[in-house]
Design a protein. Sequence first.
Lengths: 353, 311
Amino acid sequence: MSTDSFREMKAMTGPAAEGQPARSGTNAQAPDGGTSPSAGTGTIQPAGRGKKPVRRKGLSERNRPLWMLIPGGLLMFVIIVLPLFLGIYMSALNLDQYSLRKWVSAPFIGVGNFVEALTDSPLLHSVWLSVSYSLIAMIVTLPLGIAAAVATQNRFKGRAVIRSIFLIPYVLPSFVVATVWRTMFQPNGVVDSALGTFGMDAGLWLNGPQTYWTLILVQIWASWPFIYLLALSGLQSVDHEVHEASALDGALWWNKLRYVIFPYLKGPLALAFLIGMLHHINNFTLPFVLFGVPAPADVEVLPILTYVTSFQSFRFGLSAAMAFVSLVLIAIPLFIYLCAVKLDDAETPGGKK
Amino acid sequence: MSASTTSVRGTASRGASATTFRPGSKRQHEVTRLLPVPMLAIILTVLCAIVLIPVAYIFLASVNSDIGVASGEFWPSTFSMENYTKIWSSVGLAKGLTNSVLVAGATAVVSAAMSVSIAYVLVRYQFRGRLSILRGLLALQSVPGTLMVLPVFVLFSSAASYLGVQVIGTQWGLFITYLTFAMPFSTWVMVTYLRGLPRELEEAARIDGASNLGVLVRIILPLSWPGIVVSGIFAFLLGWNDVLFASVMTRPDSQTAAVALQIFGASQEGGAIPLYGQMMAASLVCAAPVVILYLIFQRYLVGGLTAGGVK
């Protein structure tokens, strides 16, 4: 598929190269085209002017502006890739608040941190909490999102307003969502008094074992619109003919949804499931603001545990080891996602718009 | 697909809908209907209530008295707007919002500019490692922040002790961090956007002798404003919504609004009656810019989200 577009590039350079002899007429115009853009960004590419004659010969091969990748690539290397390896190295050091400043000379203890993390810390409990809470939240948000998408697929008066409303929980910043729910879940707060009118006493939301379900509830509230969005994009890919065919057959609405429409949603929802899981497992802000640190033991999910271990207990090496374990955990859904996603759909023949 | 439609045929009786379907007519509307009207009404009402009750509560509690909120009132017994004047100094929101706007705004502009040039190269040129870069961009979006915060912190403090550059506690440290973490997604949004642009204009410009940079600045930039705005907004949101890095890497005078609110909320524990009203007022003020941005650019943002497939 890449050869196809490569051929296009060749074809594209053809006229440019052949136009070279006839360029004398447009020569006066060419410096203008070259200088004024580079005058704006002249400091970035001082070599641009010197290369010009080379470019005219083989545009696609010689003069790919790969230098444009350098600033961003450098930044991502220094701030993401380098710290990633630094983190892995730190997981083998005995680092605390005293040795952090001179971390290069901190004592090397090999896999000691990993052994401690797996045997003598709440790490495995946190892994279980993270995975189970993400899964439960995901399983509840799926039907909510699908129902919302199916309900707003057909045009009706006020649909635009409803669609905007549905996305509100998703666009509200996590720290705002958490602050608000934290207030609502206070003992004798508005949730308790609402339940009280039905004669229910739910107990403590922000302390004790029920915190686990509080976290799930808030996570569901905040993230179902994401499923809704992806389900909606799946519904929009249903051809009109399909609707006509099932109407001709007189399919009942439930059968139509079940056998005709839902198969279209499988792809987008599988994607939503993977990305949603990644987001839930990585979510730090929601539990952090909702419960504060140190968090109740029942919501000490992986990000919170990692954070508390380094910035409350100052066991930096141990925390780096925990972070590494969470990276391994993340790698599983991430790997499936990267294999499944189409990187290059526009380059396939016929896919070009 | 055809197999499943035929299975439907067996179960259902032929309705009155088997007439001609003109696009745009009422009957065509009937054809695409997915749910019966009562069902539709129930779903919409329930979902709107789930969303709107907490949202309405933010405002109602922000004009309520703290005692009223603490005793579980939904509808305030007394109305007062004074929380909105207090929060600027008590929560430190004035300082926080200034810092947030500065850092997130700068992140948005620079990230959009850099991502458009990276995406341009990735979409229009063939080179070894291109697919690896695309895949790497997707992978980097999912690297957990908690994994990165400690090493980045150590890296920055090493810069202070070995190079003499103080990054921790300044807005610069936050800016560089947000910029880097926003870049993978911003670039991905731009990649999906630029793929939809026709090549013909660029080709014409090249025949006229435009350089690579000339094509980017004169042809790509004017054509891709919607994509640039979307990728900028996502970068802005990343900076605006972050608590993790800001809580570790700021001092009181470089705090962002998110951290200011979080610290204010946490400091209310254990006192007499927490200042709930001010907390809700500050929440609303922190959410307002984001919601307004979203309402203005809703159409583009939703497209960018589903195209990128990521938050």
